[in-house]
Design a protein around this ligand. Structure first.
Ligand SMILES: Nc1ncnc2c1ncn2[C@@H]1O[C@H](COP(=O)(O)OP(=O)(O)OP(=O)(O)O)[C@@H](O)[C@H]1O
Length: 221
């Protein structure tokens, strides 16, 4: 279970967010500038909170009061961003295996072949990112994040740079990941219909405040 209680301020913008994610998919929606990416960055360890804590199954990943700060590579959190952020000089295969090879065999969650089949990227393995379409890049980025063997997957507008047609092609893969791998996911998107395709558990963020609803989530519109 992921639990967080975080504060962060820069200039006029202040973020205050408290929440709990115990499995399944939670969507995180809200207008531009609401603080969604900043919240994800603090959970992943890419941004330090001014005050607060993030715990995974009771273990502190960050706790400002005790000066605990686990760097991102020690958190076992998979990240997928809008533009994939693949390593341009590596083939698809080496992008996919980048995190996998750095995990001890005993910690590896999924065999590469299973993920390659799940995402239907077997025919792309020898290509480099520049020779992939936007949708293919995002499938490879998702595969790379999964082969890192994360305990939690954070997706920050993973489909935002794709046209509607491509989005419709990728959403079923995300459903497959949800249904076959059982990883908890926090999915940021402006598009609430996209989020609702994957989950009816939606958090809202506005002007730096996170609204999770009375039961830690909001169900229904
Ligand atoms: N270093 C900084 N200094 C000042 N303000 C910052 C800094 N970094 C982020 N902000 C502000 O924090 C706010 C939250 O930004 P954030 O990117 O988290 O929002 P978002 O909800 O993810 O937006 P979008 O949907 O457009 O990606 C914005 O108003 C942004 O300008």
């Amino acid at each position: 279970m992921l639990e967080f209680d975080l504060r962060w301020q820069r200039g006029d913008f202040s973020l205050r967010a408290q929440g709990r994610l115990d499995g399944g998919v939670i969507g995180l929606c809200g207008p531009s500038g609401a603080g969604k990416s900043t919240l994800l960055a603090m959970i992943a360890g890419l941004q330090r909170p001014d005050a607060g804590a993030v715990r995974w199954n009771g273990v502190a990943l960050v706790e400002t009061g005790r000066r605990v700060f686990l760097p991102p590579e020690k958190r076992r959190i998979g990240l997928v961003f809008q533009d994939g952020c693949l390593f341009p000089h590596l083939t698809v295969q080496n992008n996919l295996l980048y995190g996998y090879r750095r995990r001890p065999a005993s910690e590896r969650l999924f065999p590469p072949d299973a993920i390659i089949t799940l995402l239907d990227i077997g025919h792309l393995l020898t290509r480099r990112p520049r020779d992939l379409s936007g949708g293919e890049k995002q499938r490879v980025a998702l595969g790379r994040a999964l082969l890192y063997s994360p305990s939690l997957l954070l997706l920050d507008e993973p489909l935002a740079s794709l046209d509607n047609h491509r989005k419709q092609q990728i959403l079923p893969f995300l459903l497959r990941v949800r249904d076959t791998l059982g990883l908890p996911m926090l999915y940021v998107s402006h598009a609430e219909d996209e989020v609702r395709y994957l989950t009816d558990r939606v958090w809202h963020m506005e002007a730096g405040r996170l609204h999770t609803g009375p039961a830690g989530e909001r169900i229904g519109p």
